[in-house]
Design a protein around this ligand. Structure first.
Ligand code: PEP
Ligand code: MN
Length: 639
């Protein structure tokens, strides 16, 4: 049953309700939602719900109709986000997990780990204990395989997952893996589920070969009842009469499961199809079905793989797949998960005057709390950083320039609105700052209201003019009579909403703003064009650049230069870039303040592998240009 607690319940009253339920023999879990706090009570016992309803601090008691309780949506309305190391699975993220079927040797796993990480995978897979159909097939390297997988995960900064097949291995494996994998053949190995659940660690639970959705969710319930709430479900194809593929991918299970449970569900196109050519299209089908990720088998030499070679992608195929998934994400309201960076305090001492928090590193952004820029900060750094919201772009530059903040995250380009010139102009005025990274955030607009407000009672809608414009079709159709009020920014509109008692007001902004100000998302993704992305630069003073840059493979550079006023001056420089086979990604020109009709050019290029070639190109441009500056080297968004 679900025990819904009153908003003003005291900690003592809550403890009393918990003890009452535990003494009756229930397993009790507290679930803090956006609206209420509830206690989930599950167990073999049954009691009259009224005895619980009468306890002080209890609002109501609702029975759960499904046989799975802790896993059910009835128990928890919000999506569970499973954290595996710094990677998050669930909600509006799409996490790509990749690696070989089995760990074979050091070189193999290192090569694959490096490549899949570079292509955009956030977690590494690799079997060490392989449940094979034939006892004569390769059974895996056992503990040695786990050691190698751990080394590869550590070397390339990825959490790892590997299959556990025996309850007696659980304790040993817990020392190596970040997430257990329960294979399809073991989905109903209840002793194994209980033992794994007891660790409290994240678990990837494959769907059994012939398991119904309910049986699958009951297996998740076993894990949860034993002690973990970090379960990721994985659809990997089921047994049908069809022989063309290894199994039959049951894509429709994905939306069905998402309705029934708050747990994230991902898909495994490799074991579902057994055929390399089917893996990419089925990965896209999995993402299109609303899954929170895919787990894909990738091998550096599939024809020599010890197991599942025919279904393993070549590295180049995997790279293309990640790009395709990224392109698909906005259509389904998701964005590709990336590994946020940790900047250890110890690696560069606190800058003088860094002030917003004494305890953690400070990152500045422009806007109020809950802005899309704050989301870009959260994606670029781990949770321990504190944010410094700044009023203007110039303030944000000053914060990082003066050392008040270690890094600043500023928008540079939007897919619909184009270049953010303020950022380029301020960069030109701050030669002490350099670009160390980039980030990308999907701008998804939502209609946000006070909890309880319904569509029919909305009279005014606040947002940034672009927000109102981008949602015009929705407003015209759903709220034709509501007044549209321009606000200086989208999150600011939600801040205003929260400070007003007028229940007939609404705002258009991102979901983080609704969560931050305790408001409710009434309609999600109301913008007309879903391919609305903003790209951000991460800026630092030169002395703090290396720590950030060192955590990823740098593949882009940004330059600025001006040229003499003569025919072909710009062309000469562009020819130098082209002449070295360097790919140019962006070109902008901006007026130079104080020099009428003279321009500063901004160029982004793909960083060539050949470092000496790049240095020579920079020297060549420096020689030819009137002014020249390397604005920064950084890793593109897919790292
Ligand atoms: C695997 O992931 O390597 C595997 C054996 O998968 P499944 O349990 O889905 O067959
Ligand atoms: Mn396999």
């Amino acid at each position: 049953m679900i025990v819904i607690l009153k908003q003003g319940i005291t900690p003592q009253e809550k403890d009393k309700v918990r003890s009452f339920l535990s003494e009756k023999g229930f397993i009790v879990k507290e679930i803090v939602g956006q609206q209420d706090t509830v206690l989930g009570a599950v167990g073999k016992v049954s009691i009259d719900p009224r005895t619980v309803e009468l306890l002080p601090g209890v609002s109501s008691v609702v029975p759960i109709s499904k046989p799975y309780k802790l896993a059910s949506r009835e128990m928890k309305k919000e999506d569970t986000i499973v954290s595996v190391g710094r990677v998050r699975i669930g909600g509006n993220r799409v996490a790509v997990i990749a690696g070989p079927c089995a760990v074979e040797n050091y070189d193999q796993i290192m090569t694959i780990a490096e490549s899949v990480r570079e292509a955009g995978a956030v977690m590494l897979r690799g079997g060490a204990f392989k449940p094979r159909t034939s006892p004569y097939s390769f059974q895996g390297l056992g503990e040695e395989g786990l050691r190698l997988l751990r080394a590869a995960g550590d070397a390339f900064d990825m959490p790892i997952t590997s299959e556990v097949v025996s309850p007696s291995d659980v304790r040993m494996m817990a020392g190596y893996v970040d997430m257990f994998q329960i294979g399809a053949r073991n989905m109903q190995n209840f002793e194994l589920l209980k033992e794994v659940g007891k660790t409290g660690m994240p678990v990837l639970l494959k769907r059994g070969l012939s398991a119904t959705i309910e049986e699958w969710l009951m297996a998740a319930e076993y894990l949860m009842a034993s002690g973990t709430d970090q379960v990721v479900l994985c659809e990997r194809g089921i047994r049908t009469f069809e022989k063309a593929t290894r199994n039959t991918l049951d894509c429709s299970a994905i939306p069905v499961v998402q309705k029934l449970t708050h747990l994230p569900v991902i898909g495994d196109p490799s074991h579902a199809t057994g055929l390399r050519d089917m893996v990419s299209p089925m990965s896209l089908a999995i993402v299109a079905s609303g899954a929170s990720g895919v787990i894909v088998e990738v091998h550096n030499a599939p024809e020599k793989a010890f197991s599942d070679g025919p279904q393993s992608l070549y590295l180049s195929q995997f790279q293309k797949l990640v790009h395709d998934i990224q392109a698909l994400c906005p259509v389904v309201g998701k964005s590709l998960e990336r590994i946020p960076r940790i900047i250890p305090e110890s690696m560069s001492g606190r800058s003088a005057g860094e002030e917003a928090s004494r305890d953690s590193l400070v990152v500045a952004f422009q806007g109020v709390r809950g802005a899309f820029s704050e989301l870009a900060v959260r994606r670029s750094f781990d949770d321990s950083v504190s944010v410094l919201p700044c009023h203007t772009f110039a303030d944000t530059f000053d914060a990082v320039s003066s050392g008040k903040a270690r890094y600043a995250v500023l928008p540079v380009e939007n897919t619909l609105g184009g270049t953010v010139y303020d950022t380029l102009d301020l960069l030109a005025m701050h030669p002490e700052l350099t670009i160390v990274g980039e980030q990308q955030v999907r701008v998804m607009h939502n209609l946000i209201v006070h909890p309880g407000t319904e569509m029919g009672s909305i009279r005014k809608v606040y947002s940034h003019p672009q927000g109102l414009q981008q949602c015009k079709a929705f407003l015209d159709k759903e709220l034709p009579d509501a007044e549209r009020v321009s606000y200086f920014d989208t999150a600011g509109a939600v801040e205003h909403l929260a400070s007003s008692d007028d229940m007939s007001e609404a705002a258009i902004a991102g979901a983080p703003a609704a969560a931050y100000y305790g408001m409710e998302v009434l309609r999600q993704g109301i913008e007309t064009d879903a391919s609305n992305y903003t790209r951000f630069y991460i800026l630092a003073r030169e002395e703090n650049a290396e720590v950030y840059r060192s955590q990823a493979k740098l593949d882009k550079a940004a330059l600025s230069f001006s040229v003499s006023d003569e025919p072909g001056a710009l062309m000469d420089i562009l020819r130098m870039i082209a002449g070295r086979g360097v790919n140019m990604k962006k070109l902008e020109s901006r007026p130079i303040p104080g020099k009428p009709w003279e321009y500063l050019f901004f160029v982004e290029i793909q960083l060539p592998e050949d470092k000496a070639g790049f240095d020579a190109l920079m020297d060549e441009i420096r020689e030819k240009a009137v002014s020249f500056r390397v604005l920064g080297l950084y890793a593109s968004v897919i790292e």
